[in-house]
Design a protein around this ligand. Structure first.
Ligand code: CUA
Length: 306
């Protein structure tokens, strides 16, 4: 078991097989008991139904062995599931001491991964294969929940508190990360990918992230990684950013201003300061953790949008 059965996604971490075996055990035992109970019920209804008006049932004296059986057997089954489940629970919650640590931040509506050397990677988690990885997670705004189905790990991500998950990926590949707790308008777009790569590829990727890109290129990368386009280009959740530089923006308080680079920067860092007429206060103020270089890049890129 633990192979793909059509029920569950392929099991791709060291703990996934154990989780699946326990799941199938519980499911098969429940199915067998369910079928046996329903079959006995149908049989008894037919066989012992009242046939005549004058039928009066005999008083029932259950044999002791039967009473004992249906007390003892379910107790044993429940204890098996409990001890087994507890062991898997402990395994799932105890990261090996040599785990590679990555910080995770959940925010409306993206996942941000930060590595020990300061590299941040929005919505793309790179991890080495066959190595335990521990994620230290927190949220900037509201409750989120971090879920990688292929690894069978899932944990709430909470503001002002740390939670964690750990896993050891067993095969190179690309797997889906979901947010599984409703967290506002674009909850369903709060998707990320985990890329499981070889140790060599991982080291190479981590070094390459420090590369100096021209500001507008860095900005373009961040714009799509933080999914800014979901609200500002693809839909009308936030004001359109195309041709923003030099355009006149009117705000809800009646004032107006010709958009320049400082206005763009202010709107990224403190979106509630000036709200464009016709829009609500939707944008999360979660971008204050970006570095100056990243902010410069975003401003440069947004200024070029046509
Ligand atoms: Cu974050 Cu749902």
């Amino acid at each position: 078991m633990g192979e793909n059965s059509g029920w569950l996604p392929d099991a791709m971490s060291t703990v996934a097989g154990e989780v699946d075996t326990l799941f199938y055990f519980t499911m098969y035992v429940s199915t067998i008991i369910f079928v046996a109970v329903v079959a006995a019920m149908v049989l008894f209804v037919v066989r012992y139904r009242r046939r005549k008006e004058s039928d009066v049932p005999d008083p029932v004296h259950e044999p002791r062995w039967l009473e004992m059986t249906w007390v003892v057997l379910p107790t044993i089954l429940v204890m098996i599931v409990f001890t087994w489940g507890f062991r898997v629970f402990v395994d799932l919650h105890t990261a090996p001491p040599d785990s590679y640590e990555i910080s995770v931040r959940g925010a409306q509506w993206f996942w941000e991964f930060e590595y020990a050397n300061g590299v941040t990677s929005p919505n793309e988690l790179y991890v080495p294969v066959d190595k335990p990885v521990k994620l230290r997670m927190t949220a900037s705004d509201v409750l989120h929940s971090f879920f990688i189905p292929a690894f069978r790990v899932k944990m709430d991500v909470i503001p002002d508190r740390y939670t964690s998950v750990w896993f050891e990926a067993t095969e190179v590949g690309e797997y889906q990360i979901f947010c599984t707790e409703y967290c506002g308008t674009s909850h369903s777009a709060m998707l990320a990918k985990v890329h499981v790569v070889t140790q060599a590829e991982f080291d190479e990727w981590l070094t390459a992230q420090n590369q100096d890109l021209p500001p507008a290129e860095l900005g373009a990368q961040l714009f799509s990684q933080y999914t800014c386009n979901v609200c500002h280009v693809d839909t009308n959740v936030g004001p359109r950013l195309n041709g923003i530089l030099g355009s006149t923006r009117r705000f809800t308080d009646g004032t107006e201003l010709v958009a320049d680079e400082s206005y763009i920067l202010e709107s990224i860092l403190n979106p509630s300061e000036k709200i464009v007429e016709g829009y609500g206060m939707q944008m999360p103020s979660t971008f204050t953790t970006l570095s100056q270089k990243q902010l410069d890049g975003l401003v440069a890129y947004i200024s070029t949008l046509e």
